[in-house]
Each structure stands twice: as structure tokens, then as C-alpha cells.
Design a protein. Structure first.
Length: 584
């Protein structure tokens, strides 16, 4: 097949010529649609049960399995070691039905919380989607979580059932005694203790037949914990109705077509993995690839080549890591199947957009912006749209975004302020679990506050500036300084800790901890390493401080709150700003 050149760089703008794209984009006349589109138009893209009921999982699997896509491959699971397994929509229907029947057998109630602590595997997809089909609230946890992160999530959510495997369960048992509501532990693998449930046995015994539970559109489908500035991670809860926007955004933005082979690199423990590495693409009936194992440039290029991936959704840190490996490596692989590239999670440098054009035969990365809370892509670059490298693009039809000042006044183009959205899109979070006060904090002056700062240019393109709060984005993952500080002070040598994000060329930011030592401890490289390892194993592999600096005191307000802003200013050599609330 001769690859067509799809885009050309003209000056600073990547101009698109829709006539030269390999496939006609699903979204055409973006500007026109922005004026006429109503969310009720999108409701028609998914299937509803009588009486206005819906089930997100039914839309992802059953409606295809009952129709012409029954024998179409839904999932290519590649374990990263050269072994691939395929599952058709028909086969996934059976697996998800079986898991729903397992839920029934163990008397899991509608809207009970069912958690998954599994590496990416066919079982994770089948269990997660099966739990949603049953009517439980499903939640996958990132496999790099340590015991503290696991406890915080299971405890706060009151999870009654956990699916894990023989290797990961050890970390759960370290905190199991603190989880009185956790009744059932289902184990994938051979090492099943007497008080545990065997996935293999129960799935083998379970019936293939299950009718997806008709849910009220506002009933919950999945929840994910995410970080804010203060407090422990918060449970962001999403509803079955989200599937409407997951479907539409996958169709419009990721532009999936019947013949595509789609690959989202995100783990299901993060919202990108749930929405665009599972539910959104399947709602569209597309074949998707799930890759096990760790990030590895060669393995990634090989995955594209082997499975002839056409659409690839990844993250800027991965792009930068691939760039750092040099251009000779991708040249060794046949990557000509690719037709569209996307990225999310942190700012995508213009160099990344342009590098992709050199390496992937003039195909740029399309930046997309959204959050765990927004439930799907809201600001983005579409296939038919010219790209300004470095810009997040424009709001989806149906989405109103603006930049406002402190008082909520809409700012002019070119002015920096808070990025806000008009509430009302279908995939918006429905609550913060058991914490209405935290939920309400997001809303002011009729707007939803994203916590990001940004600006808009004269052509209506949005440009990310930074976070308005202390949330750290490291390698695209969202980490709250409070969680890291809490983990740090559990170490006996740490008396006080303040944590900030420090800009880093590769990872966007790294986590830096400033520590006051407890009496009797003195600074040494071994101690710093020990502290780092402690956070890594207790909290999470990605959330430990790569830099630790021992200090005598931390800047605090008179009420004793650590002023991270001052730590950051000092670290980056920035003006210290208002110090009137400083302790001394
Ligand atoms: O700061 C923004 C950043 O990631 C935050 C949301 O993080 P999370 O809930 O983990 O979801 C990430 C994946 C959906 C945002 O508030 N962010 C996300 N996308 C972009 C981004 N920053 C810059 N450019 C983006 N495209």
C-alpha cells in the first residue's frame, strides 16, 4: 500500500488537507457543528433499553455480539513477550456474562463497589466490563500501587469485592485487617487460599447467559481515585450515561473506522485506560490492542508493526522517551499502518508533534485535553483541523470552555487565567464519593473549575499554561503532594515533609521532597535512598520523590500549613511572592 502524505507543515501550523487523509474523518464541518450540535443528538448513537434505561457494558460488547460484529476481533491481548491472544465480541460477551454471574453468585448488590488490582490481562477487561454489566460500580487500581494506596481506595469506597492475582495479593494482605467491608477476594492464578475465591473455577462453572442489567442513566458505572491538593485521593464517580460521550468522542476525535486497529497505551488504572483503552473504542465496535508488560521503545514499535496498528493514543512522556531513543530505532520497523496519532495527560511539546511528522511519515500527534473528572476528551485537535503545535486545540461541539479571572470574569484572548467549563456534558463526574463538600469545591460562578490555567488565541485555540494548584503531573500521572508527604512522614527518620513538582525535560515534572529529619538521624545518601524506597513500596512506584533534599525547617503559614509555593519558588529561583502569612 502506498502511504499518502497526510499533512504538511506550513510555518508554525500543521495544515490539514482532508482530501489527502487516508480515510474521510467522522467529524466534518467542525465549526458548523459547534453552532448546531445538541447532546440529545448523541443519545441516538448508543442503544437504550425500554423506559430510558441503559447499560454502558451492553453498549460496548453485547450490542455488537448480537449483531454483525459477533465474530469481529474486539481485543488483541499481547503480553509483551511475543504471545498474543484474540477475543471476538462474541467471546467477550460470554466472558463478561460469566463474570456478571459470579457477581450474582456471591450476592454482590447493585452499586456495590468491585475493585480490580490486576496487571493488564484479558481477565482485567472481562472482569471490569462484566462488573459494569452486572450493575456494580467497577474500579481498576494501578498495579504499581503499594499497600497504603490500596488501603486508602478500598477503605474510602467500602469495596466489598476485590479481584487480584497471586503475585499482587501480598500487598493487599498487608492492609487487609484495616478493611472490614472487603468480603470477597477473587484470585486470578493458581495460588488460591481457602478463604479466597478462584477466578478460574468460578468462571468455568458460571453460565454463559446473562442479560445486562438495565440501569438508570444516572446510576454509577465506574469510579477512579485521583489526587487533589489537599487530603487523600478522592473517588471520582461516573455514571452509565457517560457512554454517550465516550462513544461520540472516540468517534469524532480518535476517528475510529470499522477497519481500524486501535491502540491506547494507558493502563486501566487511569481514566485514559478506562475510557479510551476499553469502553469508548468498544462502544464503537473497533478492534483494540492491549499490551502487557512495561514501557519499552522496541516493544512498542514492534507492537505497531505486528498488529498493524492504525490509531495510536499515548502520552507526552512516552513520546519524549521514544524521541530520546533516536530516529534510527523506528526506522527499523514497518510503521506504515499508522494513520493517526494522539496524546493526552500533560503538555505535548511542539517538538513532539513535529518529531512524529518526521518519523511517522508526516503524521503529527494530536493533543487532547481532559481529566478524570470530565470523563472524556473536551478540548482537542481533530483529524480535519489544522494543528498549532503546542496547543490543546478547541472544545468539542457541545462543550463551552473559557478563561476567567479570580472573580469569574471572562478574559480576552491572549490573557492567562483559570480554564473553566460550563457544566452539562454527559460524561461529567456525578460525585466525589462520600464527599459532597469536595465535589462542590469544583463549581463557582456557574462554571466548573478544572484547576488548570490556560489561554485562548485569536483563532480560538486553547494553550495550556499550568496547574492553578499544587497537583503534580509526573510522567503524565497525577500525584497529590499531600499523599506523598503523608507517606514520607510515616518513615521514622522524617519529622516533616514538603513536596513539589520540579520541571523535568523527560517526565514533565519529577517529585521533589524537602525533608526535616527527626532528632537522632543525620543526612546520608543511604538514608535518602531508604526514604525513597519506603515511599515507592508503601504508596506507589510512580509517586516517590526522585529528589530528596534535607532542610532544617520548612516554610509554614502561622496556622502550620507548609507553603509549597515558597518551596517551589526557591527551587526554581522565582520571586517568592506574598509572604504575609508566613510563620516568621
Ligand atoms: O493538568 C491537566 C493535565 O492533566 C490533568 C488531568 O489529569 P488526570 O485526571 O490524571 O487525567 C489525565 C488524562 C485524561 C489536567 O487537569 N492534562 C491533561 N491533558 C492535558 C493536560 N495538560 C496539558 N495538555 C493536555 N493535553
Amino acid at each position: 500500500m502506498v502511504e499518502k502524505s497526510t499533512e504538511l507543515i506550513h510555518g508554525q501550523v500543521v495544515r490539514k488537507d482532508p482530501a489527502r487523509l487516508r480515510l474521510t474523518p467522522n467529524l466534518q464541518d467542525f465549526e458548523g457543528l459547534r453552532k448546531t450540535f445538541k447532546w440529545s443528538d448523541a443519545d441516538k448513537m448508543v442503544e437504550w433499553f425500554p423506559g430510558g434505561k441503559i447499560n454502558a457494558a451492553y453498549n460496548c460488547i453485547d450490542r455488537h455480539a448480537k449483531g454483525k460484529r459477533k465474530d469481529k476481533i474486539a481485543l488483541i491481548y499481547d503480553d509483551g513477550e511475543g504471545n498474543a491472544q484474540t477475543f471476538t465480541f462474541g467471546q467477550l460477551q460470554v466472558l463478561t456474562n460469566k463474570f456478571a454471574n459470579v457477581m450474582k453468585k456471591f450476592n454482590i448488590k447493585r452499586q456495590d463497589r468491585v475493585f480490580f488490582f490486576l496487571s493488564r490481562s484479558p481477565e482485567l477487561y472481562a472482569g471490569f466490563v462484566g462488573a459494569i454489566k452486572y450493575g456494580a460500580i467497577a474500579s481498576p487500581m494501578f498495579p504499581a500501587f503499594g499497600p497504603d494506596a490500596i488501603r486508602d481506595r478500598l477503605l474510602d469506597s467500602g469495596a466489598v469485592c476485590l479481584v487480584t492475582d497471586s503475585a499482587l495479593k501480598k500487598r493487599v494482605y498487608e492492609v487487609k485487617s484495616q478493611l472490614p467491608e472487603l468480603k470477597h477476594i477473587i484470585i486470578v492464578g493458581k495460588d488460591v487460599a481457602e478463604n479466597e475465591i478462584s477466578w478460574e473455577k468460578e468462571m468455568a462453572d458460571a453460565s454463559d447467559e446473562f442479560d445486562a442489567t438495565p440501569m438508570d442513566p444516572e446510576e454509577f458505572s465506574y469510579m477512579l481515585y485521583t489526587s487533589g491538593t489537599t487530603g487523600k485521593p478522592k473517588g471520582v464517580v461516573h455514571a452509565h450515561k457517560d457512554i454517550v460521550q465516550m462513544h461520540l468522542s472516540t468517534y469524532w476525535v480518535l476517528d475510529v473506522h470499522e477497519e481500524d486497529v486501535y491502540w491506547c497505551t494507558a493502563d486501566l488504572g487511569w481514566v485514559t485506560g478506562v475510557v479510551y483503552g476499553c469502553l469508548g473504542p468498544w462502544s464503537n465496535g473497533v478492534t483494540q490492542v492491549g499490551l502487557g508488560g512495561r514501557f519499552d521503545p522496541e516493544r512498542w514499535y514492534k507492537t505497531i508493526q505486528t498488529h498493524k496498528i492504525t490509531i495510536w493514543y499515548t502520552a507526552p512522556t512516552a513520546v519524549r522517551m521514544l524521541m530520546a531513543k533516536g530516529d534510527d530505532l523506528p526506522m527499523k520497523y514497518d510503521l506504515s499502518s499508522l494513520r493517526a496519532l494522539y496524546s493526552v495527560g500533560e503538555p505535548l511539546n511542539p517538538e513532539g508533534v513535529k518529531w512524529a511528522m518526521d518519523v511517522f511519515d508526516v503524521k503529527p500527534f494530536h493533543d487532547t485535553w481532559w481529566q478524570t473528572e470530565t470523563g472524556s476528551i473536551l478540548i482537542t485537535n481533530f483529524p480535519e483541523m489544522d494543528i498549532k503545535p503546542g496547543s490543546m486545540g478547541k472544545p468539542l461541539p457541545g462543550v463551552e470552555a473559557a478563561i476567567v479571572d479570580e472573580a469569574g470574569n471572562i478574559l480576552e484572548q491572549g490573557e492567562e487565567g483559570s480554564l473553566v467549563l460550563r457544566p452539562g456534558w454527559p460524561s461529567m463526574m456525578r460525585q466525589i464519593w462520600k464527599n459532597p463538600a469536595k465535589y462542590n469545591e469544583y463549581f463557582r460562578n456557574g462554571w466548573y473549575y478544572t484547576g488548570d490555567t490556560a489561554q485562548i488565541d485569536k483563532d480560538g485555540y486553547f494553550w495550556y499554561v499550568g496547574r492553578a494548584d499544587d497537583v503534580i503531573k509526573t510522567a503524565g500521572e497525577r500525584v497529590g503532594p499531600f499523599e506523598v508527604e503523608s507517606a514520607l512522614i510515616e518513615h521514622p527518620a522524617v519529622a516533616e515533609a514538603g513536596v513539589i513538582g520540579k520541571p523535568d525535560e523527560l517526565r514533565g515534572n519529577i517529585i521533589k521532597a524537602f525533608i526535616v529529619l527527626s532528632p537522632g538521624f543525620s543526612e546520608s545518601p543511604q538514608l535518602k535512598e531508604d526514604i525513597q524506597k519506603f515511599v515507592k513500596t508503601r504508596l506507589a512506584g510512580h509517586a516517590y520523590p526522585r529528589e530528596v533534599e534535607i532542610v532544617k525547617t520548612l516554610p509554614k503559614t502561622r496556622s502550620g500549613k507548609i507553603m509549597r509555593r515558597m518551596l517551589r519558588a526557591k527551587e526554581l529561583g522565582l520571586p517568592i511572592g506574598d509572604t504575609s502569612t508566613l510563620e516568621d
